[in-house]
Design a protein around this ligand. Sequence first.
Ligand SMILES: C[S@@+](CC[C@H](N)C(=O)[O-])C[C@H]1O[C@@H](n2cnc3c(N)ncnc32)[C@H](O)[C@@H]1O
Length: 233
Amino acid sequence: MAHSVSGHLKLRVAEYDELIRRLVPAYPAMRPVQLDLLALALPDGGACPERSRRVLDLGGGTGALAAAIAERFPGATVEIWDTDPEMLAVSRERCAPFGDRVRYVERSFTDPLPPCDAVAACIALHHVKDLTVKAGIYQNIHAALRPGGIFVNADTAVCATPALRDHAFRLWAASMRPHGIGEKEACAHFASWAHEDYYPPLITELRMLADAGFAEPECFWREAAAVVFGAVK
Ligand SMILES: C[S@@+](CC[C@H](N)C(=O)[O-])C[C@H]1O[C@@H](n2cnc3c(N)ncnc32)[C@H](O)[C@@H]1O
């Protein structure tokens, strides 16, 4: 069955933007990091005389990242790939001001991807629990990107080493405290999300990107469990 955000996070989709900032307090900090990296593959605001530059937003949800990309890169088009029609409906509303520069693709990000200049994802790919499937996504991304194109993923990555793993979750829980979520509630969230989420160690992610063909996968930014990583093709 397709992933449903309202089922997974136990929320109404309209409340998503507010809630995600309480559950993943690093969320807003990751956005400018992603945008600055996307700029490497989208010079001149994404303007290109021959064609519109194309960015894919995998698991784009309510369209917050896609809207930020469309605003920062007026010459680019953004495709939001998401399997949840409720989330896509919200993104349609949010991104309406960008007209046909934002497109909505109700399809799994595990499917083959079209040729593009950049691929972004924000706290979406952790829904892939099977590393073989994730490796396939990274291969598809590598195949879709033009040389010089960039993949930038903002997500969570947690060490498998027990002491470091516990430390990462402790820091994550502590970051929720100012947002009114105590440690007990945070731990209950982690346990509940574990049914559908997996945050592979960063080294595993980078190795999978290297195996997919990227020459130099890199961690661009990190704060406790939150991480922005990727690679240029
Ligand atoms: C936690 S939300 C993140 C949304 C958005 N990227 C953001 O930063 O706010 C994860 C999104 O991934 C989508 N998703 C989960 N599995 C998917 C799949 N296989 N293909 C496409 N989208 C998927 C969900 O529907 C959801 O909208």
